[in-house]
Ligand binder design. Structure first.
Ligand code: HEM
Length: 347
């Protein structure tokens, strides 16, 4: 995708949703967009994300324990949704109370979008802005490393007169990150759990061979790409794959379709644990490629590793309900879980 030719500033979700404001980085084009990525990318490096690993494991462990104690557990409502929200809140380095609020509003917002409940969407959206403002304000005097702390990185960029980042756009960036940090990982984690619940053999294999989890995760990402589609708008007339695209005409990037392209993937509809070539498009490509791919992968790894380790078996306990928009993935996964037999009680 040629980022000079195709813009995300006009439309980025399909169908088009009129917005009151543009939120960086997704709604901005290079070179303006590059300034935001320069501030954000260092914070999403592997070494920074790795520092949260043990806390993420502890969080997942607690959620699985709660799932096991729940009379009617739901793998999305009670596990995937709160887990990914907590991971992102931990990255923001905010207080426990604010973490809880981000989780509650984030989860409520995500379900309101599914229900197209406009008053709740509007209320949650307003509160997410207020949260983003609070996150920004809480870091006012913190003096943290801008290459390791997200808000410190944005604050440093605001203080730098050589770019166009202002306090207002930095807060809008945090607001976009909260929403982006919730949707895709929750959807693909939910899909992976459904996949494993329906394939007990694979479930047991991964329980017995956790080293195969990273390869399985790439295959879950390919098969269950959580973003159905993003849009680009042509800045001038062009020929794209033999088709004329007129200036100002939108085109759709359909990630799940690309991930099942027979010309790139052998048996594209099948789960193949060790694919020779698995360069899927689930994290996008080009200037807007996901800055948080490492975080997304680690969330999936920790969540699935703990879920498999701390259970003996899980299966669906009712109908899976799918999201209707924007992400592709389940919104309700009633699940029945058999707890792991402690080592000292095994024969
Ligand atoms: C498995 C998890 C994830 C997947 C599959 C995913 C996928 C994607 C994709 C496909 C894009 C490109 C959109 C486009 O080209 O129009 C994107 C962009 C983005 N993602 Fe992710 N994402 C994931 C997790 C996250 C997380 C955890 C965060 C935040 C903490 C995040 C923040 C963003 C942001 C801010 C952008 C816009 C980047 C830009 O415009 O430069 N993503 N993501």
């Amino acid at each position: 995708m040629d980022d000079d030719l195709f813009s995300t500033a006009v439309q980025n979700v399909v169908p088009h949703v009129p917005r009151s404001s543009r939120r960086p980085p997704l709604h901005f084009d290079p070179p303006e967009h590059t300034e935001y990525r320069t501030a954000l990318d260092p914070v999403f490096r592997r070494s920074v994300i790795r520092a949260h690993h043990d806390d993420y494991v502890a969080g997942a462990r607690q959620l699985v324990a709660d799932l096991l104690a729940h009379p009617e557990p739901d793998a999305v409502r009670d596990f995937a949704a709160p887990f990914v929200m907590d991971c992102f809140a931990a990255l923001l380095g905010v207080s426990r109370m604010l973490t809880r609020e981000i989780r509650d509003i984030g989860v409520r917002y995500s379900f309101a979008i599914q229900d197209m409940d406009d008053p709740v969407i509007a209320d949650c959206s307003k509160r997410l802005y207020a949260i983003a403002e609070e996150v920004y304000a809480q870091h006012q005097a913190s003096g943290l490393d801008p290459h390791r702390d997200l808000v410190a990185g944005l604050k440093q960029a605001v203080a730098d007169d050589n770019n166009g980042i202002t306090e207002k756009t930095a807060i809008a960036t945090i607001r976009q990150l909260i929403v982006a940090g919730m949707g895709a990982p929750q959807a693909v984690l939910g899909s992976a759990i459904v996949h494993l619940a329906q394939d007990p053999q694979l479930q047991q294999h991964l329980r017995d061979h956790p080293d195969d989890l990273p390869a399985a995760i790439e295959e879950f990402l390919r098969l269950h790409a959580p973003y159905r589609v993003f849009a680009r708008t042509a800045k001038r007339d062009t020929i794209f794959h033999g088709r004329t695209v007129r200036q100002n005409e939108p085109i759709a990037l359909i990630f799940p379709s690309a991930n099942r392209d027979v010309e790139h993937f052998e048996n594209p509809h099948e789960f193949v644990l060790h694919r020779k070539q698995n360069s899927h498009l689930s994290f996008g490509r080009g200037a807007h490629r996901c800055p948080a791919a490492t975080l997304g992968r680690m969330e999936l790894l920790v969540a699935l590793q703990v879920l498999l380790q701390d259970t003996q078996h899980f299966e669906l306990a009712g109908d899976v309900e799918m999201m209707n928009w924007l992400e592709y993935g389940p919104r309700a996964v009633p699940i029945s879980i058999t707890p792991r037999i402690p080592r000292n009680e095994r024969e």
